[in-house]
Design a protein around this ligand. Sequence first.
Ligand code: NAP
Length: 244
Amino acid sequence: MKTIGIIGFGRFGKLVTKIIMEQLPEFEVIVFSRQQKPPENSGVMFFAQKTDLSKCDVVIPCVSISSFEEVVKQIRNDLKPGCLFMDVCSVKILPIKIMQKNLPKDINIIASHPLFGPDSANNGLKGLSIVLTNIRSDKEVFNKTRTVIKRLGLRTINMSPLEHDKKVAFSQVFIHLVSRIADEMNIKASTVDTMSFKQFLNIKQILTNDSFDLFSDMNNFNPFAKIMRKKFLKSFLKIERELS
Ligand code: NAP
């Protein structure tokens, strides 16, 4: 039986752990966390020791983007030679550079950005997508990984890290920004809500469930996020001028 190590038991680490435990019984999952013990209903009995990383055939770090480099440097000498290291960061240029620079040459590297989270995956993964790029892994390892991912019902998208970060800044980061602004304005449900407004409130609820750390990292580590925010502000001011 192959062993998958999940590092970080935040919102996404919990989701990946649950998916593997429920849908990929051929794998054993072990979780590494800085927390004292797993929450009672998580299905995880205890957290592994750092030394157990050498048992893992696959390592999926589910840590914040801002801690990614520090974590990679902390664990790079504990990895099993030839294992697969697959990130899940919501930005792609930065973690790929970090993995290429810091991981030993015999480690297989695949970059991924799952385009779903704990809320959108609530009704299963069928029809959802994941950006998946072979950075430095054997063709066989990459193909096997893609097959397992497709078996989960996910659609895989191959894309350069530059194209990814550019596109994501104007889609995911944009909608998170709008949701955070609405939250800041205390926009909430009332008796006169239209269907479209109700749908927006639902989206806002889902997106503000993510940690503020994730929102801030998406903005600070995606080189196109600042450009998107500037355009946002410029467009807002233009519309404001047209209205007055
Ligand atoms: P989160 O809820 O804020 O959790 C991040 C986890 O990272 C923390 O719970 C912690 O795990 C670990 N961590 C933070 N700082 C650390 C440090 N200095 N050293 C070691 N571990 C540290 O964020 P998340 O939503 O789970 O996101 C995690 C990753 O998944 C990010 O890269 C994000 O881009 C990606 N992702 C998230 C989603 C989503 O929907 N949330 C979707 C796709 C991809 P412990 O407390 O267990 O140590």
